[in-house]
Ligand binder design. Structure first.
Ligand code: FES
Length: 488
């Protein structure tokens, strides 16, 4: 017999929660599968709360609110429905069926209906079976990296190695990234010349021929500051992350891919087998007569060669090894990078470990278009960048375009806005925000105007919600990854 599902039910105290009470008081029978959370209005149910419920073991989430028109907070229920429709579509992209997130309107007097909803949802989830979100969750990295407490502890110890005399020793390394962060170093201009004179660069594969064996031979803690960009996508990159953590007194996640997984993290929308066969077998430009895939040995020129194996998911650097500081951005802007380098090399006034070295304020606060944003922004139609020429002086959101400015850390100058492109969120969320994508989804859907049907139409018209809201942060999100087809 299948185990009963666990359902977290966020119920508005004015209606659905009262209906649950009424069902109990009138002895309506329904399955005891609901863990109830009373909320003042469904408008208070944030997407991150739903994802957290899944992450903590819920097989389904029920959001129960007042009927449209009856909300005690004007239209909190309609806004909740729009947000959760977008979230449900994003989950669907990752193989979480929409039946697992249900929004229902139940009046205070509708005890019978509440019992029916609970019974029906329980039956549907029982048929679907357990969700097992923990295994899919992106912060559950054991199966990807065999990260153990012992490994992390060992790496923490290497962090405290005493400093050797001489110029500060600096390393730059790249994992899964485009190389833009390497260019950002050179873009410092005079600042780069000053850096090169002030430090000894002991590793920088893009410019210096330093062998891995030479790094392995360095004493632990030999490197003062290692700037590591790129996500962890290959087993070889994990080995380098561990090696550099051990050899470095300070390890910096440098750029959006190391910080949040970046666009590399979008690979988590596909299962690894599909990525490999698409890239190494199906592409028309590929010549791979042996149909060899990374991780499989091949004989070439009298040698056995093996390309590094693809991990089950892309990960931010901090999921693999302890990270001291983060410099955000795709790529980090010269002022942010220069300030971070100066701070790290001086060692004075350093923030606590784990800090992001960029202003803790939203991009909108520094955006030159802020003044053009209406006091109360209400969207009844969405625009797409591919088919729109945005006005160059007006807030993108006011033009119906998605701009991540409200939920994104400032520090980019703002480069994209200057060339008439909306922010896409590469600097990541502000301090304390667990999931920047969920925060931006919520902020954007909150701008929708109109009745339930209008807002639902807006929420369903937006293509690719997972890729849109989690463009840079999917690998670090509360959202899960996609599992192989047919995975138990
Ligand atoms: Fe019940 Fe808003 S008060 S949903």
């Amino acid at each position: 017999m299948k185990p009963p599902p666990r359902i977290v039910a966020f119920l508005c105290e004015w209606c659905a929660y009262a209906a649950a009470d009424k069902a109990g008081a009138s002895h309506q029978a329904y399955p005891q599968t609901l863990l109830t959370v009373r909320v003042p209005c469904t408008g208070r149910v944030e997407p991150a709360m739903v994802l957290q419920a899944f992450r903590e073991g819920a097989d389904g989430v029920l959001v129960g609110g007042c009927h449209p028109g009856d909300c005690h907070h004007v239209d909190g229920n309609v806004r909740a429905a729009a947000r959760l429709t977008l979230l449900s579509r994003a989950l669907d992209q990752l193989q979480i069926p929409r039946a697992r997130l249900r929004v229902e309107w139940v009046g205070a007097a509708e005890g019978t209906r509440f019992a029916e909803v609970a019974t029906q949802m329980t039956a549907e989830l029982t048929a679907l079976g357990p969700l097992d979100y923990q295994r899919r969750a992106l912060d559950s990295v054991e199966d990807a990296l065999h990260v153990t407490t012992a490994r992390l502890h060992q790496l923490e110890e290497a962090r405290g190695a005493p400093r050797a005399p001489g110029k500060p020793r600096v390393a730059f390394y790249w994992n899964a990234s485009c190389g833009g962060c390497e260019e950002a170093v050179v873009d410092l201009g005079d600042g780069f010349a000053a850096l090169a004179a002030a430090v000894e660069i002991v590793l920088w594969p893009v410019a210096l021929d330093t062998k891995k064996a030479e790094v392995e031979a360095m004493p632990d803690g030999h490197i003062d500051v290692a700037f590591v960009n790129g996500a962890i996508r290959l087993d070889d990159q994990d080995h380098w992350a561990v090696l550099l953590r051990r050899k470095s007194r300070t390890l910096v996640a440098f750029g959006a891919c190391a910080h949040l997984g970046g666009v590399v993290g979008l690979g988590n929308l596909s299962e690894p087998g599909t990525l490999l066969t698409t890239a190494y077998r199906d592409q028309p430009s590929i010549s791979n007569p042996g149909q060899v895939l990374p991780g499989q040995p091949v004989q070439a020129g009298g040698h056995e060669l093996t390309l590094p194996a693809l991990l089950s998911r892309a990960l931010p650097l901090a999921a693999a090894v302890p990270v001291d500081f983060t410099i955000p951005g795709c790529p980090p802007s010269p002022p942010v990078l220069q300030a971070a380098i100066d701070l790290l090399l001086s060692g004075a006034g350093l923030p606590p470990p784990g800090a992001v070295l960029a202003p803790n304020a939203s991009l909108c606060d520094s955006c030159p278009r802020t003044g053009s944003r209406p006091e109360r922004l209400q969207l009844t139609a969405l625009a797409r960048l591919a088919t729109t020429q945005p006005d160059e002086a007006t807030c993108f959101l006011a033009q119906g375009l998605i701009c991540h400015g409200p939920a994104t850390r400032q520090g980019c100058q703002p480069g994209c806005v200057e060339v008439n492109m909306p922010c896409r969120g590469c600097f990541g969320p502000l301090d304390g925000v667990v999931d920047g994508g969920a925060a931006m989804l919520s902020a954007f859907a909150s701008l929708f105007a109109g009745d339930l049907a209008t807002q639902q139409a807006l929420a369903t018209s937006l293509p690719d919600p997972a890729g849109t809201f989690w463009r840079y942060g999917l690998a670090a999100a509360l959202l899960p990854r996609r599992l192989p087809e047919g995975a138990p």
